[in-house]
Design a protein around this ligand. Structure first.
Ligand code: AMP
Length: 302
């Protein structure tokens, strides 16, 4: 089923208790599209980079079945840049720098072939851009999933609320759910967020797993305890890519199937954190993914 993914394609500087990585490939759309490509291809992306972005990475994405027709490459401009530092428990991080660069003036133009998307993943980037993408669709997709972060709640809340009102599923972390709803209890936060528009809410809790809410129904997926977490950057985006990838592959938007999607998203995220940048998302196989999903099943079966 056709899948369009929107979000940043970027450079990151990352500092974790295990070390540093400078100017490595990152960006929400990069993680989403690579994760989703293990479930459906092509993944049609909408994003923007400067001509500083490595062409071999773009070639790699193409080989994985990522359609770059909706990627603008701006001559003489710099790609989006983000720098972050993780605390020793890996569950929280500080953003040290966000340079919008090409993103500041990005106006997405959807190729004709994208306008009939059945599944839309609005990954993390300017809410105004997410709105522009929604406005260019020929019809409402079967499912629209939105992932965002506190940066946009702080800097573009009005636009963000307009996007939130138009999506089916919102995925955010626990702190962002509290910030958005003004409620500390995640149960109460879910009720407030349902009122804003999304029928489904996924609250990501890092190494404590993820919760799926749907008007009073709830599902909890643990995170897989891992011997070594090297870099959590992109785990949320990778989760989102696995989540929508599974739903698009199965073409089933029921709550029961969404539970499975949460597990597939969690399994993909568990790979992502095992190495810096997108390295661990390269070279996975369907068998490796299924094996990891079985580990999740074993973890909670009793
Ligand atoms: P995650 O760890 O899943 O929250 O995603 C981290 C990725 O998001 C990094 O690779 C960054 O390049 C990207 N990122 C960080 N801040 C933003 C932002 N404000 N808008 C869009 N993407 C961002």
């Amino acid at each position: 089923m056709s899948l369009v993914a929107v979000g940043t394609v970027a450079f990151d500087d990352i500092e974790t208790p295990y070390g540093r990585a400078e100017k490595v490939v990152g960006g929400a759309c990069t993680y989403i599209s690579l994760a989703a490509s293990y479930f459906v291809t092509p993944v049609h992306i909408v994003s923007v980079v400067g001509d500083d972005f490595p062409s071999d990475m773009l070639e790699y994405m193409k080989r994985r079945g990522v359609d770059l027709d909706g990627l603008q490459i701006r001559k003489g401009e710099k790609s989006f840049f983000w720098a972050g530092r993780y605390h020793s428990n890996f569950n929280s991080r500080d953003t040290l720098d966000t340079q919008l660069n090409v993103l500041a003036t990005f106006d997405p133009v959807l190729p004709e072939s994208y306008r009939h998307a059945e599944y839309l993943m609005l990954g993390n980037l300017t809410p105004r851009v997410q709105l522009r993408v929604l406005d260019q669709l020929a019809h409402r997709p079967k499912l629209v999933v939105l992932d965002t972060m506190n940066f946009w709640m702080d800097s573009a809340l009005d636009d963000l609320l307009k996007v939130i009102a138009r999506v089916d599923v919102l995925t955010i972390n626990d702190e962002e759910a509290r910030q958005l709803s003004g409620e500390h209890s995640l149960l109460k936060a879910a009720r407030v967020i349902h009122e804003m528009g999304p029928k489904y809410l996924v609250i990501k809790k890092g190494e404590h797993g993820a919760l799926l809410f749907h008007h009073g129904q709830m599902f909890y997926a643990p995170a897989l305890p891992l011997a070594e977490v090297i870099d959590p950057t992109g785990a949320g985006d990778t989760f989102a890519g696995g989540f929508i990838g599974w739903i698009a592959k199965t073409n089933d938007t029921s709550f029961e199937n969404m539970k499975r999607a949460v597990i597939y998203g969690s399994a993909m995220a568990s790979f992502c954190v095992e190495q810096f940048s997108i390295e661990r998302l390269k070279g996975l196989t369907p068998v490796m993914i299924e094996h990891r999903v079985m580990e999740f099943a074993e973890l909670v079966k009793f």
